[in-house]
Design a protein around this ligand. Structure first.
Ligand code: HPA
Length: 277
């Protein structure tokens, strides 16, 4: 079965589960420690990934592995509580499969979130960063292979993946909430190792402000599929070599827990301000 057909079958299954809803308006992908946002969704329909035909299954600690669909800030949203990472052994096509399902459902806007290490020396742990642009440092790409022209063009433009109007809405929302918000470039490494201090120095030289192990594959697939992306990184730690301490997943989860309320407030405010057709 080809990729396109797999996406169609997954989408058909999901559509049957959410047939009481009007059109889903916004897709949300929730990063490490940020899945709690989905608990705020009203009258949710929950669809475990394992029940969806052709769908990959999430394995990472702190990730639940289900779609939560319902109302959040007056919008009908479909949240991924737990995503698929390249470092788990999923192919780029599997990592971006959920984006293709969003696309097939007619979703035109996504908010992609992640936990990231701070590369910019002016950042501190707990900061939120709006992603302005990315560097794909994986030397792989989810669009390699047969192109389905009904999904998007062979050679897609990626000069405006992170839409300016969404960045403006996010900035305005942060301001209204009195939240200090950073903006910057997110560099994607495959992981699962955190970077070395030399790699972080390189990342900074290349123009990165934050590093992480997700989001870029999904952003690329979204751009290909004509979906507007807002990216938000939660800086859970300063990247390797900046502070005199080793990095750990525990620190990432701890920081996410510490600032998740701000994160939740911000995303809710952004959703309120989004105009959807
Ligand atoms: N590097 C890569 N990924 C991450 C980090 C980091 O420092 N923190 C959270 N995710």
């Amino acid at each position: 079965m080809d990729y396109k057909r797999e996406v169609e079958l997954s989408t058909e299954y999901i559509l049957e589960k959410i047939k009481d809803f009007q059109k889903v308006e916004v897709g949300l992908i929730l990063g490490s420690g940020l899945g709690v946002l989905a608990d705020e969704i009203e009258n949710p329909v929950i669809i475990p990934y394992e029940n969806i035909p052709n769908f990959p299954v999430s394995t990472v600690e702190g990730h639940k592995g289900q779609f939560v669909i319902g109302t959040l800030s007056d919008k009908i949203v479909m949240a991924m509580q737990g995503r698929f990472h390249f470092y788990e052994g999923y192919s780029m096509k599997e990592v971006t499969f959920p984006i293709r399902v969003f696309q097939a459902l007619g979703i035109k806007k996504v908010i992609l979130t992640n936990a990231a290490g701070g590369v910019n020396l002016e950042f501190k742990s707990g900061d939120l960063m709006i992603i302005e642009d990315h560097i794909n440092f994986s030397f792989d790409n989810p669009l390699i292979g047969k192109n389905f022209s009904s999904m998007g063009p062979r050679f897609p433009d990626t000069s405006t993946v992170y839409k300016n109007y969404l960045i403006k809405i996010a900035e305005k929302s942060a301001k209204e909430l009195n939240l200090d918000i950073k903006k910057g470039v997110y560099l994607f490494n495959t992981g699962p190792t955190y970077e070395t201090p030399a790699e972080i120095k390189m990342a900074r030289t290349l123009g990165a402000d934050a590093v992480g192990m997700s989001t870029v594959p999904e952003s690329i697939a979204a751009a290909h599929g004509g979906i507007d992306v807002l990216g938000i990184s939660l800086i859970t730690n300063m990247a390797a070599g900046i502070l005199n301490q080793p990095l750990s997943h525990e620190e990432v989860v701890e920081t996410a827990n510490r600032v998740k309320l701000n994160f939740i407030k911000l995303v809710k405010k952004i959703l309120f301000k989004l105009e959807v057709k």
